[in-house]
Design a protein around this ligand. Structure first.
Ligand code: EZ4
Ligand code: CO
Length: 409
């Protein structure tokens, strides 16, 4: 079997998604997700200009060899653009292999280790009453675990509360490529946040009791000393985890956090390779690894990461926001079902139009996902509908302190 074609499809059914479609001489196709939120077209170019020419003529079954040749052969290793491009190839090839085998992908990973995949959803509110309503809404949708984020008194816009991405408005003729969407500027004040969060968690526990698994994302904003103190202060609220307490690249900083708190820690959504985790895993400084299939080079390296994490009793928690396409999400769910040290899967759902553009076999029911039994990853792209919703320039927000200093977002 030979790869005869590889095309990159960009569509925006509510937000931008980059999809790679690989076709073999036998007419089998595979899909991979290469969406890098706010920097989408860089991956499109990396794939179209530099990767696709290397794929034509290759045996699609040689996944590991293709992965290694794209990783080592580029010389310039790692980084989100490179690893998102490699991820798309990796997942598309696994999709093809599983389709040829006539099996859902999880079967090639050793079969199911559980019946279904538990998820957590996002609850957001500008203030505490709005947050409590949002938690109720998530519970009504079936979620059994909820991430809670609120506005902070004195700050206008903070992470998780207002729309995350600025998308360019459509012009009269519906063409959006010329429009400029510049990043939204959000506010930050670590002191106000640290004083407010315990009150938020107190209110949520008072309303929903001790049994509801609660998560919170600090989104890279604290120093190790601040994170150590916050983690200790909120221990009594029994979080499922505190996520990204410090900037992700600061691995040794987690030693300080870990010495002071038993609040479980989750890190890694912006990591691209196992090397980003080396200190964190070796020294057991975290409890959950958060990498996405889409930003970590695909399911091949993610399976290895999870095995490495398992040696320290660290569990998986694959990143699954709206900016991972249903293709990347499907691949994640197959992995979640198969690995032993599964922890939890983030799942925010998609716009109705996104479900139409990416028809998928995976299901969400009663707060749990299942990948379905369709051969491959179980996603089909409606290319006509995708083409009707073209790329729209978009940026993630930036964060500034009251005096104008840029802070981690
Ligand atoms: O801000 O995916 O845990 N989830 C997150 C996400 C990230 C976005 C960035 O593109 O932190 O909401
Ligand atoms: Co996060």
């Amino acid at each position: 079997m030979e790869i005869v074609d590889a095309t990159v499809i960009v569509s925006s059914p509510g937000r931008n998604f980059v999809t790679l479609k690989i076709t073999t001489d036998e007419g089998v196709t595979g899909l991979g997700d290469a969406t890098l939120n706010g920097r989408e077209l860089s991956v499109v170019s990396y794939l179209r200009d530099h990767v696709v020419p290397l794929l034509i003529g290759l045996d699609p079954h040689r996944i590991e060899d293709t992965w290694q040749s794209l990783y080592r052969g580029a010389y310039w290793r790692r980084g989100p653009v490179t690893m998102a491009a490699i991820a798309a190839v990796d997942v598309a090839l696994w999709d093809i292999k599983a389709k040829v085998a006539g099996l859902p992908l999880y079967q090639l990973f050793g079969g199911a280790s559980r019946d279904r995949v538990r998820t957590y959803g996002h609850a957001n509110g500008r203030d505490i009453p709005e947050l409590l309503d949002s938690v109720r809404a998530r519970l009504a949708e079936g979620y059994r675990s909820v991430r809670v984020q609120t506005g902070v008194p004195g700050l206008e816009t903070v992470y998780g509360v207002h729309a995350g991405t600025a998308i360019a408005p459509a012009t009269a003729d519906g063409v959006r490529v010329d429009a400029r969407a510049l990043p939204v500027v959000e506010d930050w004040d670590t002191g106000r946040y640290m004083r407010h969060l315990p009150r938020v968690l107190e209110a949520v526990r008072a309303e929903f009791g001790p049994d509801l698994p609660l998560l919170h994302d600090a989104h890279h904003r604290l120093t190790p000393q601040q994170a150590a103190r916050l983690g200790r202060e909120i221990e009594r609220y029994d979080l499922f985890w505190l996520e990204d307490c410090t900037p992700a690249e600061d691995q040794s900083g987690l030693r300080l956090v870990r010495q002071h708190t038993t609040t479980p820690l989750a890190i890694g959504e912006v990591f691209n390779t196992v090397f980003d985790y080396q200190t964190l895993i070796d020294e057991r400084l975290i409890d959950y690894v958060r990498s996405a299939v889409t930003h970590f080079g695909g399911v091949s390296p993610l399976r290895k990461l999870f095995d490495y994490a398992a040696t320290r009793q660290i569990k998986s928690a694959i990143h699954g926001p709206e900016d991972i396409s249903p293709v990347g999400m499907a691949a994640a769910i197959h992995l979640d079902l198969a690995i032993h040290n599964f922890g939890i899967q983030e799942y925010s759902g998609y716009t109705p139009l996104t479900h139409e553009v990416f028809r998928h076999a995976f299901t969400f029911d009663d707060g749990h996902l299942h990948p379905g039994e369709a051969p491959g990853i179980g996603v089909e792209l409606d290319e006509e509908l995708a083409a009707a919703h073209p790329y729209s320039p978009a940026y993630l927000p930036v964060n500034r302190l009251a005096d104008g200093t840029v802070h981690d977002w």
